[in-house]
Ligand binder design. Structure first.
Ligand SMILES: Cc1cc2nc3c(=O)[nH]c(=O)nc-3n(C[C@H](O)[C@H](O)[C@H](O)COP(=O)(O)O)c2cc1C
Length: 576
């Protein structure tokens, strides 16, 4: 990038791209906005297209950054009093200024958009109601001379109102947010497409990676059209690399879906601010190899939310505060999470607010009360985020991803047993899980710790537990009626087990490296445990290769109210 390029003023480049079809590319060589998608700082273009057949249609006029220069240039190519249609690939508050001016200068023109876009426009501009025409999937619009436009609705979480337009006369597919890149150059087409790879991938990662499923659905819808050219909303027009670029989109979507770790990113955003935060967090996750499934809760059915939440390893919820509350759709989504998502899933909260931010507090407190662990400090942003805040959001996404990876590693059984060598019954028995605990016993001044996960509550009254102990665990000090011990229940995420495993190389005295305090019964409490119980042995039973010990709980305490119990997952029931 040369410094000379930065000094170029914004302009509008106009060129023919097909029969009776022109592109008007509003260009900036500088970073247009603070959103993460522009952070490669290679400028961008806002592409609008003009088809002048028997009827005239203008596709995707740019946002307010270009209103004046765009309208000036447009007037050189079109008498606005003859404009018949303005087609919108999506609706964005940023386009409002340009649209207002266009509609004033072309009072006869009709706005064409998808149904969700029409609803949003009618709410924002009740005066325009009669001028808005909503189209559905495969509706057509005849401009004459073969330009029989076909509309293809392509809803995604980010752009629920997305609409492609296909012109069979030129075989151009107008793709708006698909197949774009934020790069500004004099070259109009993609003849140098290899050089565009990095920008294209970055654009995809920012805008589409978190909605891979819906992107694939959109690609399926247009696969049979036979388009020869993609006319995107940003960057070069795609003429030379159409099949390669389509293949790339498919591959990138597949790549996302095949990742090991999945995060459900649930949010709503009435005015776009929470949506921008969501995008930055998603970017941090994606850059760290985690698949993100965005769910715009305004559009998703509860069953779909349920399915995605269940399949996820982590859940992040974002909400604006409106009238002192979280929007109803977020409350519904939160209810689904609380009632269905395992407490071992990592959680996160974010949102934009104006003055009180109740929605963010509500979501955070409900998740904490339900014992979910938070993967980053809750992000509260007043109104629009700054570039610094977006960087923090990206960093929060990265931290969340790293924590997920560590947790996954902890849960993966250490002793990998080839499935084929393991009896199905053993595999089934191995699906029984137990809380990971350290039993501490004492013989005068000698303390001992035994790692175990074969433990369960046995009675309510008196509160009692049962532990299965093997001979080789040398648990003599808890084998007689009246023996006392402390059961330390470990917390997920803290790798205390390594001090007590039989393979431990951390020295003979595991307590040398751990903070402890002495319980009333004289045994040691591990202060990093989640909770502990002081117990007295009252019964025992020899069974098979284990001794079952029943002990009554004398007292206990929760040492940390946030956090969940560490659990031992196994692949086989033939060993720990
Ligand atoms: C109708 C309305 C009601 C609002 N009520 C609250 C409120 O009670 N408390 C608050 O902190 N902010 C309130 N706000 C401010 C929004 O939370 C703030 O604009 C936020 O950036 C919106 O996020 P979004 O762009 O993701 O929708 C309100 C805004 C509007 C338009």
């Amino acid at each position: 990038m040369s410094t000379a390029t930065f000094s170029r003023a914004r302009d509008v480049q106009v060129a023919d791209v097909g029969e009776q079809t022109q592109v008007l590319r509003s260009r900036t060589w500088e970073r247009l906005k603070f959103e993460v998608e522009y952070s490669r700082q290679r400028g961008t273009t806002a592409n609008s297209y003009l088809i002048q057949a028997e009827k005239t249609a203008l596709i995707d006029p740019p946002g307010e950054s270009f209103t004046e220069i765009y309208l000036e240039e447009l007037a050189r190519h079109l008498d606005l009093s003859t404009l018949d249609y303005i087609i919108l690939g999506h609706v964005n508050p940023n386009r409002r200024v340009t649209l207002e001016k266009l509609l004033a200068q072309a009072p006869q023109a009709t706005l064409i958009c998808s149904r969700p876009a029409a609803n949003a426009l009618k709410t924002a501009f009740p005066d325009w109601e009669s001028r808005i025409q909503a189209v559905r999937f495969e509706d057509t619009l005849d401009l004459g001379q073969g330009h029989q436009l076909v509309f293809i609705t392509v809803p995604t979480p980010r752009w629920p109102d997305g609409l492609f337009t296909y012109d069979p006369a030129t075989k151009i597919l107008y793709t708006d947010k698909f197949f774009g890149a934020h790069i500004c150059e004099d070259t109009l087409f993609d003849e140098d497409w290899k050089k565009l790879d990095a920008e294209r991938r970055y654009y995809f990662d920012c805008l589409h990676a978190a909605q891979a499923k819906q992107v694939e659905a959109a690609l399926d819808k247009v696969a049979m059209l036979g388009a020869r050219c993609y006319a995107p909303g940003h960057g070069p027009v795609v003429r030379y690399s159409l099949s390669r670029f389509t293949y790339d989109y498919r591959q990138w979507c597949q790549g996302q879906k095949s990742l090991d770790l999945n995060v459900a990113l649930l949010y709503t955003s009435a005015y776009g601010n929470t949506g921008i935060l969501a995008q930055a967090i998603a970017q941090g996750l994606i850059e760290n190899g985690v698949n993100v499934e965005s769910i715009n809760c305004e559009l998703a059915e509860p069953a779909e939310i349920n399915r995605i939440v269940e399949a996820s390893d982590g859940i992040i919820i974002g909400s604006p505060t409106l009238g002192g509350h979280a929007p109803t759709q977020i409350q519904t989504a939160l209810g689904i999470v609380l009632s269905t998502a395992a407490k071992t899933k990592l959680a996160g909260v974010f949102g934009s607010y104006g003055w009180s931010g109740e929605a963010i507090d509500l979501i955070e407190s409900k998740l904490k009360d339900a014992n979910y662990r938070l993967g980053f400090d809750t992000i509260r942003v007043r109104f629009s985020p700054t570039p610094e805040i977006l960087q923090q959001c990206q960093a929060a996404g990265a931290t969340f991803a790293q924590t997920l990876k560590k947790t996954k590693k902890l849960r993966t059984p250490r002793q990998v047993v080839a499935e084929a060598n393991t009896d199905r019954t053993e595999q089934a028995v191995g699906r029984i899980i137990g809380s990971l605990c350290v039993v501490t016993t004492r013989d005068q001044e000698n303390h001992k710790g035994i790692l175990t996960s074969w433990i369960s509550q046995a009675t309510f009254n008196p509160p009692g537990i049962m532990i299965a102990i093997a001979q080789e665990q040398n648990a003599d000090l808890m084998s007689h009626i009246g023996d006392q011990f402390v059961l330390n229940i470990l917390k997920e995420g803290r790798n205390i087990r390594r001090y007590f495993s039989r393979q431990s190389t951390l020295g003979d005295n595991p307590f040398a490296n751990l903070e402890t305090k002495t319980a009333d019964n004289g045994c040691l409490i591990l202060t990093e445990a989640l909770a502990y119980l002081e117990c007295t042995v009252t019964n025992q039973l020899e069974c098979g290769d284990r001794r079952l010990i029943y002990a009554v709980v004398n007292k206990g305490d929760v040492l940390e109210s946030n956090g969940v119990t560490a659990v031992e997952h196994r692949k086989s029931g033939s060993h720990y």
